[in-house]
Design a protein around this ligand. Structure first.
Ligand code: 5GP
Length: 221
């Protein structure tokens, strides 16, 4: 049997892809990424570097590489980022080396980055990038999700709502837009996108040899 996934014994060679999931906070991006990572062994997360301080429970090297501003600036200077951007007062960037080597070996990556980073990755590596944007089903529901999250003040939640709406205005910079009205339905749609994108001809680098073999002249005895 021939699988479209790397790792299987008979798999056709395939180049990995960069699966970008963006959304305003409260649209379910973190939950969907987590489900994908738990259920799909061929996906791994691209871990960004950030100057933002760690939140409780976050682990350096797993959630982010936490660096200070001079370290971040040095990484920019040394060309170590595929993209970077300031987001809500801190700097965030995607380290280059790990992702580039992984793609060559057929590794797929999920990116939790904002619209600015998405634009930059698309400009640099268009054919490797799949851009998915998640939307909340309504403003009322978005507000309910942000309210339910923490014990923040009304002003803080208002600020998050405004930021969420600003983020939503970039929906048209994406290949796919999925409304997250139900987490399982949304997950199913996202996995369908991933499955189809993995089968793109351009990603199946092993196809040429395979098809050559199928079309070689057969000499009958
Ligand atoms: P948070 O601080 O809540 O983890 O992330 C804040 C925002 O920064 C989110 O919208 C997230 O998608 C974005 N972000 C995280 N890592 C990167 C990155 O490497 N590059 C860019 N451009 N945005 C990022």
């Amino acid at each position: 049997m021939i699988s479209d996934l790397p790792g299987s014994k008979d798999a056709l060679q395939r180049r990995g892809l960069m699966f970008i999931l963006s959304s305003p906070s409260g649209a379910g991006k973190t939950t969907i990424s987590r489900m994908l990572l738990e259920r799909d062994e061929h996906l791994c997360m691209s871990v960004s570097a950030t100057t933002r301080p760690p939140r409780p429970g976050e682990i350096d090297g797993r959630d982010y590489f936490f660096v200070d501003q001079p370290q971040f600036d040095a990484m920019v200077e040394a060309g170590e980022f595929l993209e970077w951007a300031p987001v809500f007062g801190h700097c965030y960037g995607t380290p280059k080396a790990h992702v580039k080597a992984g793609l060559k070996q057929g590794q797929d990556f999920i990116f939790d980055i904002d619209w600015q980073g998405t634009q930059q990755l698309y400009q640099k590596l268009e054919t490797d990038v799949v851009r998915v944007f998640l939307l909340p089903p309504s403003l009322v529901e978005l507000r309910r999700r942000l309210d339910a999250r923490a014990t923040d003040s009304v002003e803080v939640i208002d600020g998050r709502m405004a930021r969420a709406q600003a983020e939503i205005s970039h929906w048209d910079g994406y290949d796919y837009v999925v409304v997250n009205d139900d987490i399982d339905r949304c997950y199913a749609k996202v996995t369908q996108i991933l499955a189809a994108e993995r089968m793109r001809r351009a990603r199946q680098t092993g196809l040429i040899g395979f098809v050559r073999e199928l079309t070689r002249p057969v000499i009958s005895s």
